[in-house]
Design a protein around this ligand. Structure first.
Ligand SMILES: NC(=O)c1ccc[n+]([C@@H]2O[C@H](COP(=O)([O-])OP(=O)(O)OC[C@H]3O[C@@H](n4cnc5c(N)ncnc54)[C@H](OP(=O)(O)O)[C@@H]3O)[C@@H](O)[C@H]2O)c1
Length: 258
């Protein structure tokens, strides 16, 4: 049998800004190679102003799908043809998938985050303090509420955005939720079980904005080095890619194979 050649790869990738520090491409391309797939994952620097053009480009080139990271998770919605169930509640998208001729926005951020709780703490019946009200916080807040969290206190710098997330949780789940304005220093309530940093500021900066501690777990979505320490009495568990030693080892293995 003569060997068949196919020089047309299926295309996937990520739109974000800044894109250079995002290691997802190393992990995904390593996975494609491992499985013998003729697929590519292209990491693209896309400004908010050019997001629409980027999506139109993906359509023109028939990309199979793309991830969206900062700052595009909410803004991308107007460029898509529809939303999956959880993305529709969260109004935030971290991946668009081509189904037929349509691009449908999905959200796996919150689900992935819940997985990082497995074996550490069951969110059911827990009191959660959630810093942030952006795309990541919406995904995490809604998934925690759907998973049975008792209450979610949304602590955010902009009051309007915090109130919007609280409304989203109350309208779509049975969890209690309250907005808390984050002015200067904030003391985590002593009865909090889970504290989450879903802002785009790092652990050092968030530590400077916290006063007092809680016997709780601080999970976070930032990919800053795990060794950074803040002065609150909590256990720190990584959430997003690049935050745990296991994630870093996987990335390192993937990079060695490139
Ligand atoms: N599933 C995950 O775990 C996951 C997945 C992907 C990315 N991430 C990471 O999650 C983080 C947030 O992403 P996002 O998409 O939610 O961003 P976003 O939509 O831009 O939201 C940013 C959030 O951070 C807050 N913030 C920014 N600067 C601040 C400051 N100086 N002081 C206090 N609050 C500040 C914002 O408050 P205002 O509303 O007041 O502006 C807002 O709540 C990023 O680091 C991202 O890389 C997590």
């Amino acid at each position: 049998m003569p060997r068949e050649f196919n020089f047309l790869s299926k295309l996937t990738g990520c739109f974000s800004q800044p894109a250079a520090g995002n290691p997802t491409v190393a992990m995904i391309e390593a996975a494609y190679r491992h499985h013998g797939l003729n697929w590519r994952y292209i990491n693209c620097e896309v400004t908010p102003e050019s997001l629409g053009d980027a999506v139109r480009g993906a359509r023109a080139m028939r990309w199979a799908g793309f991830n969206c990271s900062l700052p595009d998770k909410v803004a991308v919605i107007e460029h898509l043809d529809g939303l999956g169930d959880s993305a529709a509640i969260m109004r935030a998208v971290n991946c668009a998938v081509r189904r037929g001729s349509k691009y449908v926005g999905e959200n796996t951020d919150g689900k992935g985050f819940l997985m990082s709780l497995e074996g550490i703490i069951d969110p059911r019946g827990r009191r959660v303090v959630l810093f942030g009200a952006g795309g990541a916080a919406r995904a995490i807040g809604v998934e925690l509420a759907l998973a049975g969290a008792y209450s979610i206190s949304v602590v955010n710098r902009s009051a309007g955005r915090g109130a919007e997330l609280v409304r989203l949780i109350k309208d779509n789940t049975s969890a209690k939720a309250e907005p808390i304005d984050w002015e200067r220093k904030y003391s985590v309530q002593p009865d909090a079980d889970i504290v989450i940093n879903a802002t785009s500021i790092g652990r050092q900066q968030i530590g400077a904005l916290l006063a007092g501690g809680a016997d709780a777990i601080l999970l976070e979505t930032m990919s800053d080095p795990a060794e950074a320490v803040i002065g609150i009495d909590v256990r720190i568990v990584g959430g997003c890619c690049g935050t745990t030693s296991e994630h870093l080892l996987e990335i390192s293995r993937a990079l060695k194979g490139l």
